[in-house]
Design a protein around this ligand. Structure first.
Ligand SMILES: C[S@@+](CC[C@H](N)C(=O)[O-])C[C@H]1O[C@@H](n2cnc3c(N)ncnc32)[C@H](O)[C@@H]1O
Length: 332
């Protein structure tokens, strides 16, 4: 399928660029189709944009932006947890994240993200250590059940994991259609949502180590990034947003403001992050009508104001059950 014919809507583009100024170095950590990078280069004549994406298929978009904005743009095919290795890391003024999969990835049957398109069960965005096929065919029943339950909030997790394990004792599960049929055999369709939606999403998140990537990267930026740099982050999934919020709160919130703030010592002196969006910004009604998937997007912005005294430990976030499952899958 040609990538050009897929309509792509950059989510909350105006809201994101409103936080940016000219004469800055921007790191677009999730380049995708390049709409954010392109808009920033167009709108601010003296900004330099460094882009990152784990998907090598986006290099074609990066090449066309490089030709348009000579000497103002560069691209790196790495995961964002590796931005610490960029030689420009200490100079970055803005880190931008637009999390999740792109339309291009979702609509490409060969990538295996969609239960509506038949293809190999891959689900990797790029630079993955294992894919959906490895996971589905090798993971233990208990871990599979917990992945579906925790990452997908799937109430049929026990039935679906039982059905998957039963099927795979006879033959490997090779295609998205096979997987979707197994799920449909134990979970019947109610309403408009496809019964496989939550399971596919859960598997995708684990294959791409999505929560671990966010945790490692935000922690590194806050602990080692430039003072006064800003992080602009759009998330689509409630777990991603919860993780972003807890990381922000750990470094940035007065204890009395929130019911949930991870514990740390010297709290009153150790506020290294200023939260610039008290509540997450959501897409306008107009945008939701044009692009219904923007409905679940949440935009948060924060600024590193000083070097933290306390380093964040993953356990402080009280999300260990998710991280441990992501770790466990690296062993399959
Ligand atoms: C929603 S799209 C971004 C769309 C982009 N803002 C635009 O304007 O076209 C998300 C992109 O981030 C990339 N991505 C997701 N997680 C990543 C990670 N951990 N490291 C690097 N790239 C990642 C995906 O491959 C995908 O291309």
């Amino acid at each position: 399928m040609s990538l050009d014919i897929i309509k792509h809507y950059p989510v909350m583009l105006n809201e994101v660029t409103r936080y940016i100024q000219d004469n800055q170095t921007i790191l677009d950590c999730t380049f995708g189709g390049g709409s954010y990078s392109n808009e920033i280069l167009k709108k601010f004549k003296n900004n330099y944009v460094i882009a990152v994406d784990r998907d090598k298929n986006v290099i074609q978009f990066a090449d066309s932006i490089s030709k348009k904005y000579i000497n103002r743009f560069s691209f790196n095919n790495i995961t964002f947890s590796n931005i610490k290795d960029l030689k420009e890391f200490k100079d970055i003024d803005y880190f931008i994240f637009d999390l999740g999969v792109s339309h291009f990835q979702l609509k490409d049957s060969q990538r295996g993200f969609s239960f509506l398109l038949n293809g190999k069960i891959d689900m990797g965005m790029g630079l993955n250590q294992f894919n959906g096929y490895d996971l589905i065919n090798n993971i233990s029943k208990n871990d599979l059940k917990n992945i579906l339950k925790y990452f997908g909030e799937e109430s049929f997790a026990p039935q679906i994991s039982n059905a998957i394990i039963k099927y795979r004792t006879k033959q490997k599960i090779k295609t998205t259609l096979e997987l979707s049929e197994i799920i449909n055999s134990v979970k019947f369709k109610k309403g408009k949502t496809n019964p496989a939606t939550k399971s596919f999403q859960a598997i995708r998140m684990v294959v791409n180590q999505e929560l671990s990537e966010i945790y490692k990267t935000l922690k590194y930026i806050i602990e080692h990034g430039k003072i006064n740099s800003k992080v602009i982050i759009v998330s689509f999934h409630s777990l991603e947003d919860l993780l972003v919020k807890r990381i922000m709160n750990f470094y940035g919130k007065e204890k009395s403001i929130s019911r949930y703030v991870p514990e740390k010592q010297n709290y009153s002196e150790d506020i290294s992050v200023k939260i610039l969006t008290k509540k997450p910004i959501q897409a306008s009604q107009k945008e939701v009508i044009e692009n219904p998937s923007s409905r679940s997007a949440k935009l948060r912005v924060f600024q590193k104001i000083s070097k933290p005294i306390n380093s964040l430990d993953r356990k402080d976030l009280k999300m260990e059950k998710y991280f441990l499952l992501e770790d466990e899958c690296l062993k399959i």
